[in-house]
Structure formats: structure tokens, C-alpha cells
Design a binder for this molecule. Structure first.
Ligand code: C2E
Ligand code: MG
Ligand code: MG
Ligand code: MG
Length: 284
């Protein structure tokens, strides 16, 4: 009967819900454990000058080396971390590891390039990113030119007083700041101008459209807008030589993507730095 079905439906719904809840709590517990036991590690993906092919920075991308599930990508756990507040200790650990890695490379005599750390909107709204960065730079003797921060474009950052203060504090420390995944969020041109960051990382959704004339024109507009307010433009997700050539013609400043290199473990990243140029210059 309908009554039974209704009841059954509710029971089913409850069971389903608590199932999800249990799964989430398990993830939360495991992630907490992972943070405490340093199961999180960083891979590094180079960013290069679009004209010379020289490495301009290495982006630190977190991985979870899970004892059973193997290497877990960030998309699988960053959102859980954000919803549970674990993003704050996770973010602290990422900043620590990035600085520790730079100090290690320096000891090993490897020529240093800046490391770019990703920071999510919720994390920056937590209000402690700048103090963690400040602490780690001191602890590992890292100068500001060696650290960059990528902040995902989002409404949360645009409207938040805490985020604005955090961004200002990082700027006073003379770190370079980049808007990450530009074009997928909500920043208006005036917000961008006020935030006064060094560059835009244009989301790979735009790079992937460069084979079409409309895709080229859209990218051209982004480049000219960014340059008008003195921001550098980095293209994300460059996978082909054709995309590279189009971006060079558009005056895009830097590129990043599988065409240059996938994110790699620290030792491979050190080898990349020592190669210095990751593709030959096409123009002097
Ligand atoms: P993101 O910062 O935009 O990083 C770029 C993502 O695109 C990386 O995925 C990278 O591996 C991937 N990628 C790079 N080049 C290409 C390409 O040519 N083609 C394709 N298809 N993909 C490419 P990953 O490492 O899985 O990271 C995903 C996202 O997780 C990052 O996006 C970032 O938003 C977030 N994330 C990573 N590490 C951290 C972290 O330490 N803290 C925070 N808050 N977020 C992080
Ligand atoms: Mg990023
Ligand atoms: Mg990005
Ligand atoms: Mg992206």
C-alpha cells in the first residue's frame, strides 16, 4: 500500500543518509589520521615562460598516500577537508612541506625557483594562512620571492573581510598572489583590480577551446584585460604544441600543463629545475 511504501521510503532514506554519514565520518577520521601521520605529500608541476620555456615556478599539489587506496588525488578529499574544517591543519601542513622542501633543495645546492601553494577560499576565510606562512618562512629561512599563493577565484573570497585582510597581509609580506582557475568563478573586473594580485591562472576550460576561433578570441580578451590591470596571464592545462603556439601568439606570459610536464615527485621536480628550459625558445 501507499502507506507502507511511504514508510518504507522513509526508512530507506534514513538508512541511505546514515550510510553517507558513516562514510563521511570515516573519511573525516582517516583524513585526520593522515594529517597527523604525514600521509600527505606534495607533487610539483612546473610553470614555464611561454616564450623562453624557462621554469618560473613549481606548483605544489597535495596527494594522499593512503595505506589501502594508494595515491588519492586532491579532488577526492579537499572538499571533505573543507566541510569538516580539516582544511586548516591540512593547509598548514602543505605550507610547512613546501617550505621544508625549498630548504632541502637549498641544502642540496639545487638552484631554487618559487613554489606556488594552493589555498582554498574556506582556508583563507579561516584567517590563519598569513600567520602560518609567516611562521614557516622564518622557521625554514625562506624569502618571500620563493613563495607564491594561488587562491581559487570565488565569491567567498570576493565578499569576505577576513579573506581581504589575509590577502593584504600576504601582500605586505611581499608574496606573489595568483587567482587560480580564473573564469570559473565570480570575480568582477573591479574586484580583480582591487585585489591587486600578480597574475591570473586561466582555467583549462579556456585552454581546451583554443582550436576554435571563438576560443582564441575569448582568450585574447582575457589576456588584454589582465594586461590592462598589470596582471600576468598563466594558461593552465596546456596539452598540445598547437595550444602553446596559439598562446605565444596571444602574448600569454606563462604556461602550465601536461605538454610541459605532469605533476611529479620532489626528486623529479629537482631534475626539471636543473634542466632549466623545458622547451626551446622559438623567439629570441
Ligand atoms: P589546480 O590548482 O587548478 O591545479 C591544476 C590541476 O590540474 C592539478 O590537478 C593538475 O594535475 C591538473 N593538470 C595540470 N595540467 C593539466 C593538463 O594539461 N591537463 C589536465 N587534464 N589536467 C592538468 P590535481 O593535482 O588533481 O589538483 C586538483 C585541484 O586540487 C587543484 O587544482 C587545487 O585546486 C586543489 N589542490 C591541490 N593541492 C591543494 C592544496 O595543497 N591545498 C588546496 N586547498 N587545494 C589543493
Ligand atoms: Mg593551482
Ligand atoms: Mg588552477
Ligand atoms: Mg584549474
Amino acid at each position: 500500500s501507499a502507506k507502507e511504501a511511504g514508510k518504507g521510503g522513509y526508512r530507506f532514506f534514513d538508512a541511505h543518509l546514515s550510510d553517507q554519514l558513516v562514510r563521511r565520518l570515516n573519511w573525516q577520521k582517516e583524513l585526520k589520521h593522515a594529517i597527523e601521520h604525514e600521509e600527505l605529500l606534495l607533487h610539483y608541476q612546473p610553470r614555464v615562460d611561454a616564450v623562453t620555456g624557462e621554469i618560473t615556478s613549481l606548483e605544489a599539489l597535495v596527494r594522499w598516500k593512503h595505506p589501502e587506496h594508494g595515491m588519492v588525488p586532491p579532488d577526492a578529499f579537499i572538499s571533505v577537508a573543507e566541510e569538516t574544517g580539516l582544511i586548516v591543519p591540512l593547509g598548514e601542513q602543505v605550507i610547512h612541506q613546501a617550505c621544508r622542501q625549498l630548504a632541502q633543495w637549498r641544502r642540496d645546492g639545487i638552484p631554487l625557483v618559487p613554489v606556488a601553494v594552493n589555498v582554498s577560499a574556506r582556508q583563507i576565510n579561516g584567517g590563519s594562512v598569513s600567520s602560518t606562512v609567516h611562521y614557516c618562512m622564518k622557521a625554514y629561512a625562506i624569502e618571500p620571492a620563493l613563495l607564491e599563493i594561488e587562491i581559487t577565484e570565488s565569491e567567498t573570497v570576493a565578499g569576505s573581510k577576513i579573506a581581504a585582510e589575509e590577502i593584504a597581509a600576504l601582500q605586505r609580506m611581499e608574496l606573489s598572489l595568483y587567482v587560480d582557475d580564473f573564469g570559473t568563478g565570480y570575480s568582477s573586473l573591479s574586484q580583480l583590480q582591487h585585489l591587486d594580485m600578480q597574475g591570473l591562472k586561466v582555467d583549462r576550460a579556456f585552454t581546451s577551446q583554443l582550436a576554435k576561433p571563438s576560443g582564441v578570441e575569448l582568450f585574447r580578451a582575457i589576456v588584454s584585460m589582465a594586461h590592462a590591470i598589470d596582471m600576468l596571464v598563466v594558461a593552465e592545462g596546456v596539452e598540445t604544441v598547437e595550444q602553446l603556439h596559439t598562446l605565444q601568439a596571444l602574448g600569454c606570459n606563462e604556461i602550465q600543463g601536461y605538454f610541459i610536464s605532469k605533476p611529479v615527485p620532489p626528486d623529479n621536480a629537482a631534475a626539471l629545475i636543473q634542466r632549466k628550459k623545458l622547451f626551446p625558445a622559438i623567439r629570441p
